[in-house]
Design a protein around this ligand. Sequence first.
Ligand SMILES: Cc1cc2nc3c(=O)[nH]c(=O)nc-3n(C[C@H](O)[C@H](O)[C@H](O)COP(=O)(O)OP(=O)(O)OC[C@H]3O[C@@H](n4cnc5c(N)ncnc54)[C@H](O)[C@@H]3O)c2cc1C
Length: 429
Amino acid sequence: MRKKRIVIVGAGLSGLSVAWHLARKGKEALILEKEHEPGGLCRSKQKGGFVFDYCGHVLHFKKEYTLRLVKGLLGNNLRRIRRSAWVYHSGRYIPYPFQAHLDWLPPRIRRECIEGFMRRSSCKKRTAGERCNFYDWIHATFGKGTARHFMLPYNAKFWKVPLAQLTCDWIDGLIPDSFPKQSRVEKNATGYGYNHHFWYPKQGGIGSLPAAFAGSLNSVVTNAEVVEINTKEKTVRASNGIKEKFDSLILTLPLPLIKNIITPLPQPIKHLCGRLRFNSIFNLNVGIDKKDSLGRHWAYYPQPDISFFRVGFFNNFSPSAAPNGASALYTETAYRHGSLPLLSRMSGLIHEDLQKTGVLSGAGKVIAQDVNAIEFGYPVYDFNYRPVTKMLFTQLLKHGIIPCGRYGAWRYASMEDVILEGRDIAGRL
Ligand SMILES: Cc1cc2nc3c(=O)[nH]c(=O)nc-3n(C[C@H](O)[C@H](O)[C@H](O)COP(=O)(O)OP(=O)(O)OC[C@H]3O[C@@H](n4cnc5c(N)ncnc54)[C@H](O)[C@@H]3O)c2cc1C
């Protein structure tokens, strides 16, 4: 019997996971990757003695399976770390999550948050059922004070769309959603949320993980951008001249782009792609010739007049990310697709804000810099999201094309999520 021909578009973590799990079953797949190396958003870059990722990429495991798999791939090159996360508020840093540390806030704001929480039940009925929107969910969950002082400004800055246009069905554990019991407030608990511990490679940045996946595969072709998927011939064509027939095609490139490469293009696909919304992320990584003495991992910035929404320190994930006596930090700024200000202006603004918020003190000198504009950052879960993705996936599956990964399957997915998705897809092939 002829072997099933499987082609994977994209060698990010999702595509690599499909190929890796297929290989374990003795099946082969060809991976076509447009960049010069595999890894997608989980690559790392070495610059002037620093190791920079694309923003912060830390590992969380909900499933024992994934932890075992990653330990198997990275061996001794993995460490478990207790989170040190902060929120910049009222000119100081308070521990994250905001609502668990109200006693760090000025008394007036603290009172507003507590009173708002006590009265929040009046919003509850609005958050039941399918039409629940994120703006109402925030009020119903945290009350007016926490909404006003943290949740609303932070999320408006992050999502770049009015929050009442978002649904609530993506939240599922991503936002620590309750006020802690009083006893925990008093202890200033930092153990809230899904990510109170995380894992990170000791050496080589997060890029060590896709490198370990790819290292055991011999079918990854780089510098091969897929420029055409012909659904009649069932072929894919790449920029380097490769043309391959497929029975199953695993698609991990961003869903909105398929309208440019699928031929013949069914009319509904073009129309539906235009309705997918997303934010974009500007990532400036900075190497400084001064040690960060606080040992923080990252901090959140809800203020509309501060350019970034989050800043973190790679060297506090792993000391090998910066030379001795130096620090490696990342900043993340969300922007609406197509509206990125001039890079030079953006970097200038970020440097000013790093000083203003006390992340950089005057004494530290910038000795390395790395810029990434991540066009497809976070898929926006608006009220079109479910029907539009459902119709798109139905069209694709009809032609043997299986959407996969954070951008192919268009969902707010973590590294663990896409590794598991890759395993499940491989299991069905
Ligand atoms: C700012 C940010 C921070 C994040 N932080 C975390 C975190 O801390 N922890 C966590 O678990 N997750 C995090 N994530 C999510 C994580 O990055 C993703 O879940 C994961 O990297 C998705 O992998 P993927 O393979 O689905 O997509 P990608 O990594 O995007 O891989 C897709 C691949 O397809 C390739 N490609 C695109 N077009 C073509 C083409 N035409 N032909 C061939 N190849 C093509 C790309 O080059 C890429 O290699 C973060 C995401 C973002 C945006």
